[in-house]
Ligand binder design. Structure first.
Ligand SMILES: [Zn+2]
Length: 274
């Protein structure tokens, strides 16, 4: 073997060792954070400002606490337009985001390093959706999620979503539903990776419901899910996640099959939290 090739091989081996080392260190840190109790002052904030937190089964709440620790360690949550973001505000955002993955230990919000929090509604830079960015331009919920990039939230809407946990409107669930959706490679309302049978079953269930929702909204009929879901399959999935968590019993009564599908996908049974 020529010396050049040997050096290249040695460098590659070194890079691989470094990568594995960093990965092991990160996993150890995550494990420790997930097992660390949440700071009592943050628990108090959550109990007060995010009623769902107190309704969770004890073991789930303990797991959520650990995920919140990890989230706060890995994701920068910064204020925009002079908004001063407190640790309590960060915890409220983190707890809602982590609730969606609390029973899925292998799932994490990869590629999310920063959340920009605006005081209230902000002027979105992008108003289109091209599979890479979704922007919400609604009166009550404002947020924005960039595919594998930063996330933008309005604090007023994030706080309202946490406080009013039975109205089926929650901007944090909504934006993080988009993140879960995007794990499959595109934000298309199909939050699945790999398994083709599962993906087909998902499409068979979702497509006719999305079409019906769209037709109902166009006809001006009352719909169980937010009419905003008629925008496209990604928004349909995101508003369905909001209703799944916050109006679980009604969702289950309205469409038991879809509810069961969401239960399996998210590994959550919110109707049991009452
Ligand atoms: Zn959306």
């Amino acid at each position: 073997m020529r010396p050049g090739a040997l050096i290249l091989l040695a460098l590659l081996a070194l890079a691989a060792i470094l990568w594995v080392g960093l990965r092991l260190r990160r996993n150890a840190r995550r494990k420790r954070l997930r097992q660390t109790p949440l700071a009592p002052d943050l628990k108090t904030v959550l109990a007060h400002d995010f009623p769902t937190y107190s309704r969770l089964p004890n073991d789930m709440r303990a797991r959520l606490d650990g995920l919140v620790n990890q989230f706060l360690d890995e994701v920068r949550i910064v204020g925009a337009e002079d908004l001063k973001v407190t640790d309590g505000m960060r915890a409220i955002i983190a707890a809602q985001a982590c609730l969606l993955i609390v029973n899925r230990p292998a799932v994490w919000y990869d590629h999310l390093s920063t959340i920009y929090v605006y005081p209230s509604g902000y002027v979105a830079k992008q108003v289109s959706r091209d599979g890479l960015i979704v922007s919400e331009r609604r009166s009550h919920r404002l947020g924005e999620s960039w595919f594998r990039g930063p996330l933008v939230l309005s604090w007023r809407d994030a706080a309202d979503g946490a406080a009013n946990d039975r109205d089926g409107r929650n901007v944090v669930y909504h934006e993080f539903a988009h993140r879960l959706d995007g794990r499959s490679g595109a934000m298309d309302g199909a939050p699945l990776t790999g398994d083709e049978t599962q993906a087909n079953a998902w499409a068979r269930a979702m497509q006719p419901r999305f079409a019906r929702h769209q037709a109902d909204v166009e006809a001006g009929a009352a719909t169980f899910l937010d009419p905003y879901g008629a925008t496209n399959p990604a928004e349909f999935f995101a508003v369905a996640v909001e209703a799944f968590i916050e109006r679980a019993a009604a969702f289950r009564a309205e469409d038991p099959e879809l509810y069961a599908l969401f239960e399996r996908q998210l590994q959550l049974s919110p109707h049991e939290w009452d």
